[in-house]
Design a protein around this ligand. Sequence first.
Ligand SMILES: O=C[C@H](O)COP(=O)(O)O
Length: 250
Amino acid sequence: MRMLVSVRDVAEAREALQAGVDFIDLKEPSAGALGGLALPLIRELVAALRAGEGGLDARARPLISATIGDLPVAARADILARARAVGACGVDLVKVGVPGRGEAACGLLAALATLPLAIVPVLIADDGLDAAVIDAACVPPFAAVMADTQAKHAGSLLDLLGAEALAAFIERAHGAGRMVGLAGALRAADLAPLARLGPDFAGFRSAVCEGRREGRLDPRRLRALRAAIDGLATQVAAEPARTAAEAPAV
Ligand SMILES: O=C[C@H](O)COP(=O)(O)O
């Protein structure tokens, strides 16, 4: 399971790189769950990350994603324009929040699928995941699909949805050949169940900040989470052998 961390500036990007994250996600956490940074700042951060400026290690080469901001599903024209503008800043992936259910959300996904961009639909899952919306988000143009939460103080994505619903989401997305990411106030306690679910990556902000997610990244928490995720990989890799050897005959 790869690790995505949301950052708002060069100093935070440096902290995240030093901790060895796999994805740097450009976001303004105080502007909402998928708060967007100003376009000039996104361009500046992408250039600094690619060139290794400002103490950033260009050899680390994380994937760079950026969010477009929290926009209502009805603001389709604004969403498409903002996705194009963020994509033009040179990021690898453009994360677009898809709130709601039914035709409005599916219509937005169909429109996003026409853009010549590497878009990651982020299904806002506080009220559950709609099967039709999952299907519309799992079509080939999309680079990956994520589930995340809007309300960050109501528990983690796992608390809100439960492992069964998330397993069904991951199975559907993997079956369609999409990479899957999970986020939503995920904490260290969620790591073991997450690893069992097997998303391709997990996204973090709340768990790696001093205090609330609107605060600053905490290098100590970042490194501890990186180590815990690395430890999980070893643990999960060891599980099949142990299971085969120790499983009782039935
Ligand atoms: O995309 C990742 C998010 O920024 C995660 O934020 P969170 O851990 O506060 O939900």
